[in-house]
Design a protein around this ligand. Structure first.
Ligand SMILES: NC(=O)c1ccc[n+]([C@@H]2O[C@H](COP(=O)([O-])OP(=O)(O)OC[C@H]3O[C@@H](n4cnc5c(N)ncnc54)[C@H](OP(=O)(O)O)[C@@H]3O)[C@@H](O)[C@H]2O)c1
Length: 252
């Protein structure tokens, strides 16, 4: 099977990296000449990659076409491209809905998928808004697939993906606080990453413990965890998080 990536940016290169680390059997991957630098790098790294002359050639050569362009570019270029009826389209575009994707491409077989950059390590959640078995099979090689019934649900998942920078900022703030107490920057950074990695791994390993139970089990009455949690709640830390999520959700 031939795959095509319309737009060779951040997410396309992560997905491609994941594909080549996986056991998926791919004949060729056609990529856009844009971004030129990324396209050239991928072409140099992986034998099965070909840089197409233009977007139409990429589409014509591919059985599955992955839309990895920004919404603005999508609105501009999709309606001017020809997609044969046999094509399967997988869109990573955050804010172009299925109705518009079908209208622009005149293709029925369109699915919205949300990969995250960790897909390059074959890790992390992947949201698929359809029950397409071949897509499910494909993405199950690249991370943990979550199938959702409709776009509204997928938009809720989309909203939570805006927690990457705030999450890293929580780690940065922890690291900075350690540094303010006299710990060397490198050591503080390493420690913080290990701490948060262990917490996440622990929560995954303790499959039968709900998050609610983990919160309860991680604190003793009057202890330090209980103190910090209470302080954050009092200062509306989590309420602010919920509010920000609601605001993002409304944008979809
Ligand atoms: N990044 C993520 O974590 C993530 C996760 C899930 C979904 N998405 C979605 O995936 C899409 C791409 O995101 P991204 O982060 O990968 O953005 P990005 O790094 O900016 O990639 C977009 C790519 O599109 C190329 N492009 C621009 N105009 C083009 C055209 N006319 N024809 C072909 N390619 C063109 C750009 O090339 P130039 O650099 O030459 O302009 C760039 O390589 C977005 O819709 C985003 O919502 C992103």
């Amino acid at each position: 099977m031939n795959l095509g990536f319309l737009g060779t940016g951040h997410i396309a290169s992560s997905v491609i990296e994941g594909i080549f680390k996986s056991k998926l059997k791919i004949k060729r991957i056609f990529i856009s000449p844009r971004n030129k630098t990324i396209a050239k790098k991928l072409n140099k790294r992986f034998k099965k990659i070909s840089i197409s002359k233009n977007n139409q050639q990429l589409i014509d050569n591919s059985n599955w076409v992955f839309l990895s362009i920004t919404p603005k570019v999508g609105h501009e270029i999709l309606k001017n491209l020809n997609f044969k009826k046999s094509k399967k389209i997988i869109s990573f575009i955050s804010t172009i809905n299925l109705k518009d994707l079908k209208k622009y491409t005149k293709i029925k077989n369109v699915t919205r998928v949300i990969p995250l950059p960790f897909i390059g390590m074959k890790k992390g959640p992947i949201i698929i808004t359809s029950s397409d078995r071949s897509l499910n099979f494909f993405f199950s090689h690249l991370g943990k697939v979550f199938q959702v019934k409709n776009e509204k649900l997928s938009n809720a998942f989309w909203s939570t993906s805006s927690f990457m920078a705030p999450y890293y900022n929580l780690l940065l703030s922890t690291r900075n606080w350690l540094v303010s107490k006299g710990i060397k920057g490198k050591e503080a950074e390493k420690y913080t990453k290990e701490l948060f990695l262990a917490l996440t791994e622990d929560s995954i390993n303790k499959k039968n413990l709900s998050l609610k139970k983990l919160v309860a089990d991680s604190q003793t009455p009057g202890g330090t965890n209980a103190f910090v949690l209470k302080r954050l709640k009092k200062n509306k830390f989590y309420q602010t998080q919920q509010k920000a999520l609601n605001e993002i959700f409304k944008k979809f």
